[in-house]
Write a protein that binds this ligand. Structure first.
Ligand SMILES: Cc1cc2nc3c(=O)[nH]c(=O)nc-3n(C[C@H](O)[C@H](O)[C@H](O)COP(=O)(O)O)c2cc1C
Length: 172
């Protein structure tokens, strides 16, 4: 499958089967996170793997978008490692770095026959507190992952409604 075919085929899975994700597949998804590009290759991502009953119960209490996934990645930015702008005080690339890490993971999961959904509907302070994260670790997004439930289809009718390329590009 070409990259564009994979990108077009993928959709956000919002219903999962109970089947656990094999450790080899978890390792490959983490390898995809490892090789993502980051600013100056500082690699500030910190990825927490939530799959124990206790961790899943906790994340389900904190976020209503887990959709029964048996595995959730909590992708955080280690602000002690991020690239920091000299000219724009306070600006770091942590969120962008974690976004491309999460994108790699999401697409690798799909290639492995797994569904996922990118999630940002949570209170990052509540997550940091519940999982005892150090102050320099900033939760950026969640990626619930698992085998799609039987009959799973894109939930959003607008899933494959895309703006024409000309509407968001301009030659300068
Ligand atoms: C930054 C970001 C945040 C998102 N947050 C959520 C979320 O909190 N809950 C959810 O169910 N989906 C979330 N999504 C998934 C989008 O709704 C979904 O990708 C979009 O509707 C397109 O549908 P598709 O992924 O099926 O193509 C998020 C996606 C992105 C990129």
């Amino acid at each position: 499958m070409s990259f564009l075919e994979l990108a077009r085929e993928r959709y956000s899975v919002r219903a999962y089967s109970d089947k656990p994700v094999e450790q080899e597949k978890i390792d490959l998804i983490l390898e995809a996170a490892q090789v993502a590009p980051t600013a100056v290759n500082y690699q500030p991502q910190m990825v927490y793997v939530l799959k124990s009953e206790a961790a899943l119960a906790k994340i389900n209490r904190l976020c209503r978008c887990i959709y029964g996934a048996p595995l959730v990645f909590l992708i955080c930015s280690d602000e002690s490692k991020t690239w920091k702008s000299q000219s724009e005080p306070g600006y770091t690339t942590g969120e962008m770095d974690c976004s491309i890490v999460c994108t790699h993971m999401m697409l690798e999961a799909w290639e492995l026959g797994l569904g996922s959904v990118w999630v940002r509907l949570f209170d990052s302070r509540a997550i940091a507190e519940a999982f005892n994260l150090p102050a320099h670790i900033r939760p950026i997004c969640l990626l619930p992952v698992g085998y799609a439930a039987e009959g799973s289809i894109p939930y959003a009718p607008w899933h494959d409604v895309y703006r024409p390329v000309e509407s968001f590009t301009k030659e300068l």
